[in-house]
Design a protein around this ligand. Structure first.
Ligand code: 5AD
Ligand code: SF4
Length: 464
């Protein structure tokens, strides 16, 4: 039977039962996007969504393993749900990155025997079949493969938002940064065919979506695999990220294009020129620094030095007017000294990032950095984290002031929480903006707001 047949059989089996599902998503936007596909398949089978955990007949965990705290949260939730299994016979499915780790898979199978379905990052599409086996045949299912799965197209999708949509353009990662588990659990870089991506975005535009976020672990490596994991490639001339970005911007109806995440090493001039030329591309670009010290960067296998990163940031800012950068930083990488950490602070002072996602180094078994004997003690990692946060907070206050007088293009999200007569939205840099509507605007519209006041936690302004 094909997956589509399993959808039909399950649908028939559960019809009139009014069954409900909950999906708990951990981790990054790629996982969020996978969860939208899981929701798409479940709704096609006749399940409907509930936000109340206790009312669910099926709970799906879409897991992450990039840092340790995601694991702790999962095990906490699994403990809570055990009772539901006993009283309601809720079906429990766990999928995603963590299930690609052998030690985690063993732990689930040994200590959490009440879990019904385990699936990996490459086996999402077998969920209908897995459910069929559990519901019809009363079996437990484990569908994890550690080869690099072929790209599956055409899965149904139930999106979380009406105006903003994420579109995965590539899966996996080949970079093998020494601290990171992603290449081991998500496999090799696999680009979707340009035509599949563009068709998906054209359809989204027809449905009224205005903002698209292109997703991948390394979006600017797009096309480097020469599309060898795709079934068909109809548009082979779009063979790199810059060309894809241009093609996406050419789609009528799409007003804003974002992407997440690029790698500094692959941020080539053609990508910079494309962003400069295509006004639809957000002026907020995420550029993960990880560390500001060249020795640490080398040990992280990042492929650039402190100076090269600074040069790239300058080149981007010189070429793209009004550009803002956000970044990821890891503190306490094994062997990192106080002086080396100071280099990270130095880059933060120089680049003045709009947003910094800060992470305390977390040891991931199987990675090169985890095997090092010179791990940084916890309290030192925390102290460094606090110093970085203090520097960043002081910069944010100054940056808020710099917004005054600028014009920001934002999508209207709805009435302001504190004052229902006003509307609010967010800048690309995630700052909340509140303004008085003129009466003509509606939710989902993109409007230009001239910022007039800084209220610390939000900015206010007027429509121009
Ligand atoms: N410890 C801490 N942070 C990590 N990241 C990836 N692996 C680790 C790790 N082992 C961070 C990086 C990456 C972000 C998604 O997560 O900063 O850019
Ligand atoms: Fe992990 Fe590095 Fe790949 Fe990003 S580029 S997913 S940090 S290995």
């Amino acid at each position: 039977m094909e997956e589509i047949d399993f959808i039909k059989v399950v649908k028939n089996e559960i019809k009139d039962k009014n069954l409900k599902y909950v999906i708990l998503t951990f981790g990054c936007q790629l996982n969020e996007n996978d969860s939208e596909k899981i929701a798409g398949m479940l709704e096609e089978m006749g399940y409907s969504k509930t936000d109340i955990f206790e009312n669910a007949d099926l709970v799906v965990f879409n897991t992450c393993c990039v840092r340790e705290n995601a694991e702790e949260r999962l095990f906490g939730k699994l403990g809570e749900i055990k009772k539901m299994k006993e009283t309601r016979n809720t079906i429990i499915a766990i999928g995603g990155c963590m299930m690609q780790e052998k030690s985690m898979l063993d732990k689930i199978q040994k200590s959490y025997k009440y879990v019904d379905i385990v699936f990996g990052t490459h086996t999402l599409q077998t969920l209908p079949e897995d459910l069929y086996k559990v519901i019809v045949k009363n079996e437990k299912v484990k569908e994890v493969i550690d080869i690099d799965g072929e790209i599956i197209e055409g899965l149904p999708i139930k999106r979380n938002d009406k105006y903003r949509a994420s579109v995965t353009i590539m899966y996996g990662c080949n970079k093998f940064c020494s601290y990171c588990i992603v290449p081991y659990v998500r496999g090799r870089e696999r680009s979707r065919s340009p035509e599949d991506i563009l068709n998906e975005i054209r359809d989204l535009a027809k449905e009224g979506y205005k903002e698209i976020t292109l997703l991948g672990q390394n979006v600017n490596s797009y096309g480097k695999d020469k599309f060898k994991y795709c079934k068909n490639v109809d548009n082979p001339e779009i063979n790199n990220f810059a060309k894809l970005l241009r093609a996406v911007c050419d789609i009528d109806g799409i007003e804003k294009v974002k992407f997440m995440s690029p790698h500094p090493r692959d941020f080539t001039d053609d990508v910079i020129e494309t962003i400069r030329d295509c006004k639809k591309v957000t002026r907020m670009i995420h550029m993960p620094l990880q560390s500001g010290n060249s020795k640490v960067l080398k040990e992280m296998n990042r492929g650039y030095t402190k100076e090269e990163f600074l040069e790239l940031a300058k080149k981007m800012k010189d070429n793209i007017p009004d550009l803002n950068l956000s970044t990821d930083i890891i503190v306490g990488f094994p062997g990192e000294t106080e002086e080396e950490f100071d280099d990270t602070l130095d880059v933060v002072r120089k680049v003045e990032f709009e947003q910094i996602f800060m992470f305390i180094y977390s040891k991931r078994e199987g990675t090169r950095a985890a095997a090092r004997v010179d791990q940084v003690p916890e309290e030192i990692k925390h102290k460094r984290f606090d110093r970085l946060k203090e520097l960043y907070d002081s910069q944010v206050e100054l940056q808020n002031e710099r917004y005054i007088g600028t014009v920001q293009s934002i999508m209207i999200e709805g009435p302001s929480k504190n004052d229902e007569t006003k509307f609010c939205g967010r800048t690309d840099s995630n700052r909340v903006i509140v303004f008085d509507p003129t009466g003509k605007e509606k939710i989902g519209d993109i409007v230009n707001i001239k910022i007039t006041e800084n209220h610390k936690w939000f900015l206010s302004g007027e429509i121009v």
